[in-house]
Design a protein around this ligand. Structure first.
Ligand SMILES: Cc1cc2nc3c(=O)[nH]c(=O)nc-3n(C[C@H](O)[C@H](O)[C@H](O)COP(=O)(O)OP(=O)(O)OC[C@H]3O[C@@H](n4cnc5c(N)ncnc54)[C@H](O)[C@@H]3O)c2cc1C
Length: 301
């Protein structure tokens, strides 16, 4: 039996694991994908204190290196279910079953996909959700971006270094992204920000995206369309616990405790205001130290 199992190996899960290990707990991290979480699809990170400006991939490497230096065990397995047996929990994965005294849920959230049949059909044929993954396919081409938040602008700036032209399609008349991103975008002569511009249709030719229609009238020719339209929390595997709000985010208190004793949550999976690497890491540290206190009490009882 482990003391703690951490589910998800993004910044929240890795920092939770580091704090748990350093407090003397016996821990395991389970990650269904490549370690690093959303940082893997982040172009540049310049707001994580102490690391300066570096690529998402470089930051992930540093984090994994740190985890490995502390001998933290991690396995590439997808968690399918969690069972709560009061003083211990069972974690069922695609490969096996594990027991732990406490769990830290740090499985984050995934970018929301477009919900039209056309968008789904054109995924990989012009429609994308990951600039870092797909930008090289759009060298010297025309790209559209849907979304006006930090992710949309950050990735739009990255794409602007490859593309001939980048249109930012923003539904309302306000930009949600931080000024630093907006100013940078405005200073690029191949980026055009179009407010009050809803993409109402996708036009295809020979099975590939060719253009978009804006506000049911104007047609703009583009080769690629990147969507940054929100997120869905990764909570499928613990619906039975009933610890989420109506939008699917886990409700925790300031100690990162859910309403189930011994189950903690951290990072983008929880209901909060700021979804960033540094806040995820911070949540992870709090969750780990709360888990430590919980286990100490459990062991005494
Ligand atoms: C395009 C983009 C750019 C961004 N740029 C920045 C930036 O510059 N600065 C910044 O601070 N933040 C940035 N962010 C936000 C930041 O990446 C997130 O806030 C942060 O990664 C959240 O960390 P997390 O550990 O909570 O979740 P994640 O990073 O999402 O990690 C969760 C992990 O859990 C795993 N997982 C999910 N379900 C399961 C399961 N059932 N079993 C096992 N494992 C599972 C996932 O595979 C994933 O690896 C950006 C986000 C995006 C999308």
């Amino acid at each position: 039996m482990y003391d703690v199992i951490v589910i998800g190996m993004g910044p929240a899960g890795m920092n939770a694991a580091l704090y748990a290990k350093r407090s003397g707990l016996n821990i395991l991290i389970l990650e269904k994908n490549i370690p690093g979480g959303l940082i893997n699809i982040t172009n540049k990170v310049e707001n994580y204190l102490g690391t300066g400006l570096l690529t998402g991939k470089d930051l992930v490497e540093k984090m994994i290196d740190h985890i490995e230096k502390f001998g933290i065990e991690y396995k590439r397995e997808s968690v399918n279910k969690i069972l709560d047996n009061d003083d211990y929990k069972i974690v069922i994965t695609n490969k096996g079953e594990y027991k732990a005294k406490a769990l830290i849920l740090a499985s984050g959230r995934v970018p929301k996909k477009g919900n039209s049949e056309k968008i789904t059909r054109l995924e990989g044929r012009g429609v994308s959700y990951c600039a870092v993954c797909d930008a090289p396919f759009f060298k010297d081409k025309i790209i559209g971006i849907i979304g006006g938040g930090n992710s949309a602008f950050d990735e739009g700036l990255y794409l602007a270094d490859f593309a001939k032209k980048v249109y930012m399609f923003i539904r309302g008349n306000e930009i949600k992204a931080d000024d630093i991103f907006v100013e940078k975008a405005k200073s690029k002569n191949n980026v055009e920000i179009l407010l009050n511009s809803t993409v109402t249709d996708l036009i295809e030719e020979e099975g590939k995206l060719k253009a978009v229609q804006i506000n049911d009238k104007d047609i703009i020719n583009i080769d690629g369309l990147f969507l940054y339209i929100g997120y869905v929390p990764s909570t499928n595997y613990f619906q039975n616990l009933n610890i989420t709000d109506e939008a699917g985010y886990v409700i925790v208190n300031e100690k990162m405790e859910t309403k189930v004793p011994g189950i903690f949550a951290a990072g983008d999976i929880i209901k909060k205001d700021i979804y960033q690497i540094i806040t995820a890491a911070s949540d992870g540290s709090i969750a780990a130290l709360s888990a430590k206190k919980y286990i100490k009490k459990l062991d005494k009882s």
